[in-house]
Write a protein that binds this ligand. Structure first.
Ligand code: ADP
Ligand SMILES: Nc1ccn([C@@H]2O[C@H](COP(=O)(O)O)[C@@H](O)[C@H]2O)c(=O)n1
Length: 206
């Protein structure tokens, strides 16, 4: 296997990063792609009571274990497998179990804060920013967090105003400038998905 290609897909919360990643995966042989969600690398907080975990700013770079993520990406790029952590959004900490991820030709890393850390940025061969308006993102997030992440409407709105929005303006939006490709609206932008899939297929056939 030639050196794996690392594709970073970033953008604000609810922009459609996971949807874009899944769409790309759908068009390619499954054994050629691994998806790594940055969310899996939120710090373990087992030592804190739930009331303390709820207060953490999950949109600030310090809430991620970026050293571990960087080590794991380098291992995958060297053809090695990793034990990826798994995250529990309801308990605000890691699950006990890890997931074995084998190295593949294409590694897709997706998450809100991929372009802020220069060392992480340096590892990526292709950098993609999913650009979706804030009003659409907050509506998607309210629906998803209530349905899938055990949250109430009040908690989603309060978190959005106190930490998500300010951190987005400080750490996500300004780093759009590092993107090679900007996808407006995300997962339903079929033209953008087709172009990216064509590029990946060309890399795989090389
Ligand atoms: N283009 C779209 N149209 C409608 N809903 C979408 C679209 N893209 C994503 N969603 C929905 O919005 C929510 C957030 O999308 P997701 O891809 O998980 O965003 P992110 O990974 O950026 O947080 C999900 O419930 C998803 O099904
Ligand atoms: N315990 C946690 C950890 C993270 N979040 C929020 O998740 C968002 C990132 O995930 P996306 O799928 O939306 O990109 C981020 O904005 C954090 O606020 C959380 O609510 N609780």
């Amino acid at each position: 296997m030639s050196k794996p290609i690392l594709i970073g897909i970033t953008g604000g919360t609810g922009s459609g990063k996971s949807t874009v990643s899944r769409q790309i995966l759908k068009h390619l042989p499954e054994q050629s792609i691994a998806i790594i969600p940055q969310d899996a690398y939120y710090k373990n907080q087992d030592h804190l009571p739930l009331e303390e975990r709820i207060k953490v700013n999950y949109d600030h770079p310090f809430s991620f274990e970026t050293d571990l993520l960087t080590r794991h990406l380098k291992a995958l790029q060297n053809g090695e497998s990793i034990e990826m952590p798994q995250y529990d959004f309801e308990r605000h900490t890691r699950k006990k179990e890890t997931l074995t991820i084998e190295s593949r030709n294409i590694i897709i890393l997706e998450g809100i804060l991929l372009f802020d850390d220069p060392d992480l940025r340096e590892l990526m061969d292709i950098k993609i920013f999913v650009d979706t308006d804030a009003d659409v993102r907050i509506i998607r997030r309210i629906m998803r967090d209530i349905k899938e992440r055990g949250r109430s409407l009040d908690s989603v709105i309060n978190q959005y105003m106190t930490t998500v929005r300010p951190a987005h303006l400080q750490f996500v939006e300004p780093n759009k400038k590092y993107a090679d490709i900007i996808i407006p609206e995300g997962g339903k932008n079929q033209v953008a998905i087709d172009i990216i899939v064509t590029k990946i297929k060309a890399i795989l056939e090389d």
